[in-house]
Design a protein around this ligand. Structure first.
Ligand SMILES: Cc1cc2nc3c(=O)[nH]c(=O)nc-3n(C[C@H](O)[C@H](O)[C@H](O)COP(=O)(O)O)c2cc1C
Length: 178
């Protein structure tokens, strides 16, 4: 069984990015499970002074990702950048050597959000994670009012999402177990 951790860049209750990731949880094919991480809002501001001995919420996040076979990221773009809370979460993971080579599906939920997508690809690559191109499509659900049930029931959206999950699983098989 492959475990994929889904990370949303949005804290918004009715977030399209989170809805897409919730649809991924529901659609996970046999042999894979998708787990949505929902602790981003609980993380303290990153501070290198406490990086080596961080609060429990950071330990939990690092342990969750260390044990994962892959990661699915979907994030909005704010002012042509990565949302601050999401970047803060990533900063807590920069120094984690055990996450090196972690395969990532970087899904863009808005075709016009090119700046945040490029920035995230650069950030994740700099962290040593492996962004899998075949698992990183645009699935345009942002600003359309779709919930997870709608996304999971839409053949085109669900098909694209399943394709991304399949490509991520395949990449994790090639990397080997965490
Ligand atoms: C503060 C703020 C800044 C935004 N800046 C951009 C932007 O630069 N480019 C863009 O395409 N969308 C921008 N948006 C729109 C969001 O990316 C879009 O509404 C997205 O669907 C929100 O994601 P969510 O539904 O997962 O919360 C911005 C929204 C907010 C609230």
């Amino acid at each position: 069984m492959k475990t994929l951790i889904a990370l949303s860049g949005s804290l918004r209750r009715d977030s399209a990015n989170t809805a897409l990731l919730r649809a991924a949880v529901a659609l996970a094919p046999p042999g894979a499970r998708v787990v949505l991480y929902d602790g981003t809002h609980m993380l303290p501001f990153f501070n290198p002074d406490i990086e080596a001995d961080p609060p429990p919420a950071v330990h939990e996040l690092r342990a969750l990702l260390s044990a994962a076979d892959g990661v699915i990221v979907a994030s909005p773009e704010y002012a042509h950048g990565v949302p601050g809370a999401f970047k803060n979460m990533l900063d807590w993971l920069v120094g984690c050597a055990e996450l090196s080579s972690k395969p990532v599906a970087l899904i863009n939920t808005s075709a016009r959000a090119v700046h945040a997508q490029a920035s995230l690809a650069e950030i994740l690559t700099t962290m040593g994670w492996r962004v899998i191109a075949a698992a990183s499509p645009v699935i345009a659900v942002a600003n359309r009012g779709f919930d997870q049930a709608h996304i999971a029931a839409d053949p085109a959206l669900a098909g694209a999402l399943l394709g991304a999950i399949g490509a991520l699983v395949q990449a994790s098989v090639e990397v080997g177990p965490p």
